[in-house]
Design a protein around this ligand. Sequence first.
Ligand SMILES: [Zn+2]
Length: 239
Amino acid sequence: MSAENGTVERNTPQSRDAERSVLGSMLRDNTVIGDVLQLLHLDNFHFDAHRKLFDGVRQLYDKAHPVDVVTLAEWLREQKGIERVFIFDFDVHHGNGTQHLFEQRDDVFYASMHRYPFYPGTGAANEIGIEKGRGFTRNIPFPEGAGDPEYLRAVEGEIVRIIDDYRPNAILLSSGFDAHRRDPLGGMRVSESAYGEITRRVVETAQRHAAGRVLSLLEGGYDMEGLAASVDEHVRALA
Ligand SMILES: [Zn+2]
């Protein structure tokens, strides 16, 4: 898919509009994209075996900004040996756009933990995919005020099991940190250390099934202190 003619913008999940207003201008700056890559993605590509894949991602970033999880999933599917991609979205808002684009497919699994009911209104537990994609969408809704116990239980009891069953060749993270307890929008109580633990659990599954291939894209997070602390834990766990 072309990333230079507006396709990326069109595919942007509507639920991310608020985030894009904050991050959009930042992500359109190629230099900052480089920095975000350094922060969130590079550590998993230090190994020679991953170099080629990383170079491809890098070129994609150079061509397409902003890059979103949908573009990356499509690009990964075009790579040799990448037959199944797992997207784990832990932004507090449901990724309705991402879900919609993959809900009829079994080669890209979309799993989300989010506050529900909440903006954008989608993400009920009974949204599990359509037709061929039935069973390849998973939504884990949480009530307002959910925190570390609920999040860790869901990751250990559900997300890890789903990934072990699906055996993806690559994992993409929609890494929103707006469920952090300091966040002014999310209304949730997740700590930065829980974000680190969640990340470690996912990395372990990636090591089991995907040769350690995890790419993380920064999404929501509106308290700068909470965001910085969460990203710090997240990156340490990815490294
Ligand atoms: Zn969000």
